[in-house]
Design a protein around this ligand. Sequence first.
Ligand SMILES: [Zn+2]
Length: 409
Amino acid sequence: MQINAARVNERLAYLTRFGTTPDGGVTRYAFTPAEQAATNTVAGWMAEAGLEVRRDAVGNLFGRLPGRRPGPAVLTGSHLDSVPNGGHYDGPAGVLAALEAVQSMKEQGIVPEYPIEVGSFIGEEGSRFPHGLLGTSFLTGTFPCDEIDHIADRDGVTIAAALRAHGYDPARAAEAAVAPGTYKAYVELHIEQSGMLEARGLPAGIVSGIAGMRQARGVIRGRAEHAGACPMDLRRDPMPAVAEVILEVERAARELSPATRATVGFVQASPGAANVIPAAVELSFDIRDLDGDRRDACVERIRTFFDEVSRRRGLTGEFEVQHTSIPIRCDAHIVQTMHEAAAAINLEPFELPSGAVHDGANVSLICPVGMIFVRSRDGLSHCPQEYTSPEDIAAGTSLLAETLLRLAK
Ligand SMILES: [Zn+2]
């Protein structure tokens, strides 16, 4: 089916005005004037397209194209919030591609068997409140509602206060959870945020799954001493131990599989002075894989090495797992449907994993999920340089439209 490539790209360009930063990026947090203006603009476009527009109890926005049957609906969409000084494509590309697909159907007189809903979910990035995938946590009924008065932004504004300030009753936030069977599928288009599509010269690809993450914190303790006075063989210096651990983190992920990712993104020595052997060094671990067992095996290998190196060097180590998210396999039927949709538009079907977490990880708790990635220039995202060409947006939107058409049949 035909989509209006100019329109989806014009809308994408139009949204860049809401929350623009001095170096051309965007800062658009949940329930801020910039995010509300972007959301209201999209709501206006949904109404213009003739969709039934509504917001749920926490401000998730929906535009519905009715089907011949009342339900269950096919849900598609993404988010309009951003990270600090992020890019203009992460999130908005998925909301606007979904709107374009559905608007084009309506203009061409296509009435799907099942309704199709375009969703824009609040607070996906977790940049303002320390709770990512906020909107879909409410939607899927997994948000801990007794925490609504406690989870606050850096200024101490709680989620409850932010809701109240925007006309929502936090006491009714749980009503955003949808009944089982409301949706028959969820499909999200998103920028790739990596360079696999670019390396293969492809505008868009089919996501095979969303990696599960396990984050841990480690501390290795030794003895602070004078960097000049203490001889090398009398030291209990945690820093070389940390260096060994970091190399093992890289080795473990490389040896396990191409889908395993392991990162040490934070290292802090204390007291942290050039002329003092550190008393302790703290470091972070972020391990991800599409295969949860393989991911956990990677974490255990790192933990074993961490303990061994601490012991061998006469140091004490603490290793603590802090956060785990489950890996999601994209639904086999939706993936197959995407292969058919790709064939219909002469796009080479290429499957790739998502290393980043997306709303689909939450939505998979209530219905089958699929994702489409569009090419990110230089693989960059979460920065002002984030870019996807108008041609790639158009190709991804076509793939989404063909997929939705088939899923809503
Ligand atoms: Zn995103």
